[in-house]
Design a protein around this ligand. Structure first.
Ligand code: HEM
Length: 405
């Protein structure tokens, strides 16, 4: 069924897989092969919040080399290259191993049950499921108390704005405040950590005690996890449900299909439509010469719909088996939380379909543009009769087959 709900980038996809946008002053890459190649290119640096500039930065600041973004954000390993990136990523990577993710499954499923059990007649998938679920999981992984969970959404949104529009004073004020609040929550939580290595704060606290990282890296990495783990997942739950509703395929979702379907939904309309890099040296691609200092936007969502790589890419096919999408990136910065994200989304979908076999959109999804990031605020569904499986625990799909990275 050829459908396409709300993809913003399709108009730029087909003409040129690599092109310079002179209005924005950036390179835009949409081809799957080219995005993959550039994601592993050693001359493209992840330190773009510090060094990358758009035309807007030039106009607003009047100079190209102002010191950009908060110190704490510059510490995020996501925005660092080797060797600092590998050192910090390696520290917390064990938290996201397959066995750790499996151990989180009961917590995730109980959270879904807890959130859905009280729902009657209508559900706002965002505020009643996706947002609280992703917030609780982020708190759990970091080691923040669950009372902090209701603050995660605002923190994540203010930090996201800071990353894209740090030339606006109000954005800087709010983003800085969010980072300070996270620092405070981290210090409060650290005083109660037992130190068994089960949370990010325990691992990072120990590394700091042993002199392996600086004190500021503890709160910095916690704020990275808020940013990287919250909106990505909550928005994607909303997008996944929206895609299934728009394509009329809700009733084809079964627990057995969910593991592969999550990846097809990620391919079809991911929440992280683009990642950025800044050229450290000249890079040649498809006959273009990207100059040192140029900002490069790698359009993951467009690449996942590249007709040169995939048949009928604009079709959401619930039976497609395609683990090779770029929704979690590629190469050294491949999403650390991919297994956890898949678990959360699968549990959310499972929780919904096991309770309500028939749902319909109560109103069009409500989106909020927020300094370059589009946030899904509300996705209200009218829900049908509860199915008999609703009262039981959400069972795990019989054969979880997460595609290997
Ligand atoms: C559907 C949900 C998610 C999507 C689509 C997603 C997507 C991505 C993408 C595309 C990257 C690569 C960034 C780059 O190359 O610059 C990334 C990195 C990352 N993600 Fe996710 N993510 C999701 C959920 C999560 C969750 C739940 C967590 C943890 C709680 C997480 C933690 C991270 C971290 C720490 C990085 C940085 C990795 C590095 O720089 O080495 N993500 N994610």
């Amino acid at each position: 069924m050829p459908i396409d709900p709300c993809m913003d980038y399709l108009s730029i996809r087909d003409a040129e897989p690599v092109r310079r946008d002179d209005d924005l002053g950036v390179w835009i890459v949409t081809g799957q092969r080219q995005v993959t190649e550039l994601l592993r290119h050693p001359a493209l640096s992840s330190a773009w919040p510090e060094r990358g500039t758009t035309r807007l930065h030039h106009e607003r600041s009047g100079t190209t080399d102002v010191m950009r973004t908060a110190d704490i954000v510059r510490r995020w390993f996501m925005f660092n290259d080797a060797p600092r990136h590998q050192r910090l990523r390696g520290l917390i990577a064990p938290l996201f191993s397959a066995s750790r993710v499996a151990a989180l499954q009961p917590f995730v499923e109980e959270s879904v049950n807890d959130l859905l059990d009280s729902v009657t007649e209508q559900i706002d998938v965002m505020s009643e499921l996706a947002v609280p679920l992703a917030s609780r999981v982020v708190c759990r992984v970091i080691g923040l108390p669950q009372e902090v969970a209701p603050r995660i959404a605002n923190w994540a949104s203010d930090i996201a704005a800071l990353l894209v529009a740090d030339y606006l004073p109000d954005v800087v004020r709010r983003g800085t405040l969010a980072l300070e609040e996270i620092e405070k929550a981290v210090s409060a939580a650290q005083s109660t950590q037992a130190g068994s290595g089960g949370t990010a704060l325990e691992i990072l606290g120990e590394a700091h005690q042993e002199g392996r990282i600086e004190e500021q890296d503890v709160a910095a990495t916690a704020s990275l996890l808020v940013f990287a783990g919250f909106d990505t997942t909550s928005s994607f739950v909303g997008k996944a449900v929206r895609a299934l509703m728009h394509s009329g395929q809700w009733d084809m979702v079964t627990p057995e299909r969910i593991p592969t379907l999550v990846d097809e939904l990620l391919r079809f309309d991911t929440s992280v439509q683009q990642v950025a890099r800044v050229a450290a040296e000249e890079v040649e691609v498809e006959g273009h010469r990207i100059q040192p200092g140029d900002l490069v936007l790698l359009m993951l969502g467009a690449a996942n719909r590249d007709p040169a790589a995939l048949e009928n890419p604009d079709v959401l096919d619930v039976d497609r088996r395609n683990g090779r999408h770029l929704a979690f990136g590629y190469g050294a910065h491949y999403c650390l939380g991919s297994g956890l994200a898949r678990l959360e989304v699968a549990a959310a979908l499972n929780g919904l379909i096991r309770r309500w076999s028939r749902v319909e959109l109560a109103e069009p999804p409500v989106l909020r543009p927020h300094h370059g990031v589009t946030v899904m605020e509300h996705l209200r569904l009218n829900i049908g009769t509860r199915t008999s499986a609703a009262s039981g625990a959400v069972s795990r799909p019989s054969e979880p087959s997460w595609p290997s990275e």
